[in-house]
Design a protein around this ligand. Structure first.
Ligand code: NIG
Ligand code: FE
Length: 409
């Protein structure tokens, strides 16, 4: 006889398994069960097939829908200050690139971030993290990239790790030191790349502060050769890579990400069909960021049909950051992905669960509801999971389980 810690009964289950159609539904009439043991799913299926077992706690969900907990696979949510003033400037006509070239943009956040203590950064990032948790997010990726020197990049990664220790969320950290050229290296971007490769990456790796390495490949940031150097070093140190690719222009970012077998290539508004074809030969995920698309007033859509045609998996994330996506709601990102990019509600939900897990290299452990995976489960007050990309601003989360335990922000 099986021995479980928790048994959930009377659920409608959207497993989001890749190999099952229509949200991977089990028990649509409200007869689904999930057994949890040691924080993982030990059994899942309809009540009629439930094997005999004892469980410490047994709970009826009274026909509620459950899905995998949401995963935000691309954020920059640890930063100092804000850029509301630049937001106003942009609404008056200034472009993101103009502001960046005049020393604002990412650099203005770098100044505010360097000026802030770790405690101040933590205090500012905590409500953003909690906002995500409160709508069903159990796993969050957080990038550095607003420190741009050894000590400040490490400060950001440590704050991100602390958010994982002091909230219920699993935090995955990404070193994005190659975000923009810092003032100390004005006219010497290659010197900064050397600093990243020779000093910062080895230290971050030795202290196990980053789970992945990211870079910004763009005319206002780094070219393919410079990004390649950082990625080579990351690979040498055994860290997976991902890339901010083709956001403002086609810089061959998708193909570059594919060349390094990246976990993901993100943004992709200007990615060509050849770039998509290169990604399709790898396991790279296309992470779409409709918050940045909206905020920057982009009109060039990512190549959605090409991604679908080539079976490149599509994730959706908030890109939470003070410049291009001041947004702490993954539900909002899903809603925008459906409106702006015409993703179906099922693609939006897969993009914020199963595919988001793949973009973090965590797909063996979470992202779908199946035996052996972490019991990260969102319980919803909805009539069908398609509602999750349909409503915005409606608090439909009844409860979030993280590793089988109730999680509260
Ligand atoms: O994902 N593209 C570069 N990085 C961020 C923007 C960061 C910022 O403007 O502060 C992004 O859009
Ligand atoms: Fe980003």
């Amino acid at each position: 006889m099986a021995d479980w810690d928790l048994l959930l009964t009377d659920a409608r289950i959207a497993t989001m398994r890749a190999d099952a159609p229509d949200y991977g539904v089990i028990g649509e009439s409200g007869v689904g069960c999930v057994a949890v043991k040691d924080g993982k799913i030990a059994w899942i299926g309809p009540k009629s097939e439930l094997p005999p077992g004892n469980s410490d706690t047994k709970r009826s969900l009274h026909g509620r829908w459950i899905t995998p907990a949401l995963i935000d696979c691309h954020t920059h949510l640890v930063f100092g200050g804000d850029r509301a003033e630049e937001f106003e400037q942009r609404l008056r006509g200034a472009s993101y690139e103009d502001i960046a070239k005049a020393g604002g943009g990412i650099m203005s956040t770098v100044r505010a971030t360097r000026d802030a203590t770790a405690d101040e950064l933590f205090a500012a990032a905590l409500p953003r993290t909690n906002a995500l948790i409160s709508e069903g997010v159990a796993t969050i990726e957080i990038k550095s990239g607003y420190g741009l020197d050894v000590d400040n990049e490490i400060k950001l990664l440590e704050v991100a790790r602390r958010l994982g220790e002091e909230t219920s969320a699993t935090i995955r950290t990404t070193l994005l030191a190659a975000h923009t050229v810092p003032p100390e290296f004005k006219n010497d971007a290659d010197g900064y790349i050397d600093l990243i490769c020779d000093k910062l990456l080895p230290r971050v790796c030795a202290a196990k502060l980053a789970d992945a390495v990211d870079a910004y490949c763009e005319s206002i940031a780094f070219d393919a050769e410079q990004v390649g150097k950082v990625f080579e070093k990351a690979c040498e140190l055994g860290l997976p890579v991902k890339l901010h690719a083709d956001q403002l222009s086609d810089g061959g970012g998708a193909a570059l990400a594919a060349k390094f077998d990246a976990l993901s290539a993100d943004h992709l508004e200007y990615t060509s069909a050849n770039g998509v074809a290169a990604m399709a030969k790898t396991n790279a995920v296309a992470v779409l960021l409709p918050g940045a698309f909206l905020t920057l007033g982009e009109t060039q859509l990512p190549p959605i049909d090409e991604l679908r045609k080539r079976n490149v998996p599509i994730a959706v994330a908030t890109d939470c950051n003070p410049g291009t996506s001041p947004m702490c709601s993954l539900r909002n990102a899903m809603m925008l992905a459906s409106r702006l990019f015409r993703l179906t509600p099922e693609e939006c939900l897969a993009g914020a669960t199963r595919v988001a897990a793949q973009a973090l290299g965590l797909n063996a452990d979470r992202g779908t509801l199946e035996v052996g995976k972490r019991a990260d489960i969102a319980i919803w007050d909805v009539s069908h999971p398609r509602e999750l990309a349909y409503w915005t601003g409606t608090p439909q989360l009844a409860e979030l389980l993280s590793g089988g335990h109730t999680s509260r922000p």
